[in-house]
Design a protein around this ligand. Structure first.
Ligand code: ZN
Ligand code: ZN
Length: 409
C-alpha cells in the first residue's frame, strides 16, 4: 500500500498528461474553488513539468457565491463582469488548455430563492457563451476532474466523521479513476481502447431510434441522422488528443431535436446549481418536455426547464452499463461527473457539435437542420438502472436488444 501523497501525485499526473494532455508552450488555465488550493499548486507544478508556458488560475469560492446570491440586489445578478468572460474567451482563442476542478455543494443554495439563482445562472451562461463554444466544440483541450471538499464528502458519507469521510472519498476517487493501478497511464490506454471499440460498433449500426424501458420509463429517442457516437477522448483542431472527463465510462451521441417521445424517470438525484432535484419524471412530445414532476425540487426543475427554448429538448444520450465500476461502488456521489458515469443518462439542453458528422464546421442553420439543439444549459440526468432494457431500432422498424437488465447484450 502506497501513501496518500503517492496516489495524489498520480492523480495530478493523470489529469495533466492524459486528461488535459498539456502541450509544450501551451498556456494552462485552471478554474477552481479556493478549497482546492493545495491540489492546484500540485497541478501547476505538473503542468510546467509537461512543458506549459504559463499557468493561469481562475479562483472561485462557493461561500462568496452564495453570499452574493443571497444579498446582492437583483440588478447585480443580471450583470456579469465581462472582462472575466472575455479574458477566458481570448485565452481559448489563443489555444490555451482549460482544467476545471468540479466539487459541487448540493446544499449550498437550498435556502436561496430559485428565481434569483436562475437569473444569475442565465446571466453567467449568456456572458460565457463565446468562451464555452470553444470547449463544447472541442476546439481546445479541456478537462473536468473532481476534488473532495468537506461539503461534498459529507454528502456522500454522512455517517462518517469529517476526516474519515474525506479520506474515504479520496479512496473511491483513486479507485474509480484507476489511479490505484500500478501504471495508471497504461490502464487508461486500455480503458480508452475498450470504450473506442464500443463507439465504433455503435457507429456501424446506424440506428434510427433507441427505445428505453424500465420502471417509470418508456421512451423513444430518435438519433440525429448524421449522429456520431463518441467515447473517451476527442482531438482538437490543432491535433491534441484529450480526455475531457476523468473518470469516463460513457458512449454518447446526439438525439435528433424533435424526435423524443414518451416518459422517462430519473434514477439518481440530480445536483443542479446548489440544489437537489429528486425522483422526477419528464414526458416528451416531438422532442419537447411537456410535463415535468419532481418529488423534491419541483420549483428548481421548472426554472431549469424555463431557462430558454432549448432547455426542454435533449442534447445528449449516453450509454453506460449498470455494472460500471462507479455504479458497482453502490454509492450516490451527488456529483454529475461521477453519477453520469454510473448510469445511462440523457442531457437537457445544448448538443455537442462534434457528435454529428461535420458538426464542428457547420453554420448554426446547418446544425439546426441536422437535429442540433441550442440552449444555455446542458444538464445530464441519470435514467439507467439494473432494470433498464434498451432496443436499437433500425430505419425499417426492425429492432434488436442493446441493453438487458441494465447492461450490454
Ligand atoms: Zn454524458
Ligand atoms: Zn453531458
Amino acid at each position: 500500500m502506497e501513501t496518500f501523497e503517492y496516489y495524489l501525485d498520480k492523480y495530478a499526473e493523470l489529469a495533466v498528461r492524459v486528461g488535459l494532455n498539456v502541450q509544450k508552450d501551451q498556456t494552462v488555465v485552471i478554474m477552481t474553488p479556493i478549497a482546492c488550493a493545495d491540489f492546484v499548486r500540485m497541478l501547476t507544478k505538473k503542468a510546467y513539468d509537461a512543458g506549459a508556458k504559463d499557468v493561469v488560475i481562475d479562483w472561485d469560492d462557493d461561500e462568496v457565491k452564495a453570499l452574493r446570491l443571497k444579498h446582492a440586489p437583483e440588478s447585480a445578478l443580471r450583470e456579469y463582469p465581462m472582462w472575466r468572460a472575455n479574458g477566458l474567451e481570448e485565452m481559448a482563442k489563443e489555444g490555451a488548455a482549460f482544467l476545471q476542478i468540479y466539487a459541487p455543494n448540493s446544499d449550498l443554495l437550498k435556502d436561496v430563492d430559485p428565481e434569483r439563482v436562475a437569473i444569475s445562472s442565465k446571466t453567467t451562461a449568456t456572458a460565457r457563451e463565446g468562451f464555452l463554444k470553444y470547449l463544447r466544440s472541442n476546439q481546445v483541450n479541456w478537462l473536468m476532474v473532481s476534488f473532495p471538499t468537506a461539503e461534498w464528502s459529507a454528502k456522500v458519507f454522512p455517517e462518517l466523521g469529517e476526516t474519515e469521510r474525506i479520506h474515504k472519498l479520496w479512496e473511491q476517487i483513486f479507485k474509480l479513476t484507476r489511479v490505484d493501478k500500478a501504471d495508471p497511464v497504461d490502464a487508461w490506454k486500455q480503458h480508452i481502447e475498450t470504450l473506442t471499440t464500443k463507439q465504433n460498433v455503435l457507429n456501424d449500426k446506424r440506428y434510427k431510434q433507441l427505445h428505453f424501458q424500465g420502471p417509470g420509463t418508456d421512451l423513444y429517442i430518435e438519433l440525429a441522422p448524421k449522429h456520431l457516437w463518441v467515447a473517451a477522448g476527442s482531438t482538437t483542431d490543432r491535433g491534441i488528443y484529450f480526455v475531457p472527463n476523468i473518470p469516463t465510462e460513457e458512449v454518447f451521441t446526439m438525439p435528433g431535436r424533435n424526435g423524443t417521445n414518451g416518459t422517462v424517470r430519473s434514477t439518481l438525484p440530480l445536483s443542479y446549481q446548489g440544489s437537489l432535484i429528486e425522483g422526477f419524471s419528464l414526458t416528451f412530445e416531438h422532442g419537447k418536455v411537456v410535463e415535468a414532476t419532481a418529488e423534491v425540487g419541483q420549483e428548481v426543475l421548472n426554472k431549469m426547464l424555463d431557462m430558454d427554448e432549448g432547455a426542454r429538448y435533449l442534447g445528449e444520450v449516453a450509454l453506460v452499463p449498470h455494472d460500471s465500476p462507479i455504479s458497482q461502488s453502490g454509492l450516490i456521489y451527488y456529483n454529475t461527473l461521477f453519477d453520469e458515469n454510473a448510469s445511462c443518462h440523457v442531457a437537457l439542453g445544448n448538443s455537442y457539435p462534434f457528435t454529428i458528422e461535420g458538426g464542428t464546421t457547420m453554420t448554426p442553420e446547418e446544425l439546426a437542420a441536422n437535429g442540433y439543439n441550442k440552449s444555455l444549459i446542458h444538464v445530464d440526468f441519470m435514467i439507467g438502472s439494473a432494470d433498464m432494457d434498451i432496443d436499437g431500432v433500425y430505419e425499417d422498424g426492425t429492432r434488436e436488444p442493446l441493453f438487458r437488465k441494465g447492461t450490454w447484450v
